[in-house]
Design a binder for this molecule. Sequence first.
Ligand code: FES
Length: 340
Amino acid sequence: MSSVRNVTFNFRDGKATSVAVQQGESVLDAALAAGIPVLHQCRSGSCSSCMGRLVEGRAGMRAGASSTLLRSEFDAGDRLLCLTEPETDCTFTLNYESDAGAAGAVKAHAFVDSVEKVASNVVRVTLELAEGSWFDFRPGQFIQVRVPGTDITRSYSPSSTAADLPKIELLVRLLEDGVMSSWLEHAAKPDDVLEIEGPFGNFFLREKVPAPHIMIAGGTGLAPILSMIDTIRRKPGRKPPVLLSFGCATPEQLFCLGDIALRQHWLPGLATRISVDQGASGDLLSGNPVDAIRHDDVGHADAVAYLCGPPRMIEAATQRLANFGLRPENIYAEQFTPSN
Ligand code: FES
């Protein structure tokens, strides 16, 4: 029996390409060696960038490898291709166009402009690319930032857009004893230089969809969602209706409410629901941003959803939206897991 498996990738733009995967080789390694532009970053199961959906054949994830894939995602056919070895010939769908990974990531330098505390546990960091440095990104993608004086990198999705370059804005959750958190709180000052690399990730706005957009953000998962909303509002022509459901644990942990209100002013089709788990008062909803989504929010057959937050929020939101009839292929998600 042949130990070489034929693996086919179907991109969202209808392009398909195949590669032979040797026994013991990961699907991602084989694809990259063949020049197939599969999005990726860590190559070790921790970033979700290489996610593909198995639609034909059998393929498991390497035994013992830890990954960010949720059980419900695995059961639905999702695989992290960097940890996946085919057991038979297989076909994967990739939920992005064949040119999405063509540009690749670049390294750049950026100066710190400011670090501002915007909630009890969140800072807004503004950066400016150094002269001669440049990269492009799609709204929702992430960059890696090296903690100065260390070899440690952290991943952040800009809340700004490529149109704001050379300025980049990040929303960073402060973690007790976190290396980046400590540097930002105690050492960072204007004009410090940071090494950054990007863009990475397959969580980005599919810009040509006119159907309603449902966006659910937990904590600093708001950052890529703000980038997407800003991209939609700057787009010429008719804009899709957008529902943003954003939540944090307490009112003290909420942030960027003024930025959200400003975007509602600029984008009249933007509706918002802001929730807190505890201490709701006034316009705040009590509960989480997933519970704030109602059945009639998913009234359009082609509605799309973007979810960004902790794994449990992603799992609950995916389940709720699917129960309400949203097509699984129209749900895009990015987990934010704290690194410490
Ligand atoms: S490349 Fe990061 S999970 Fe596969």
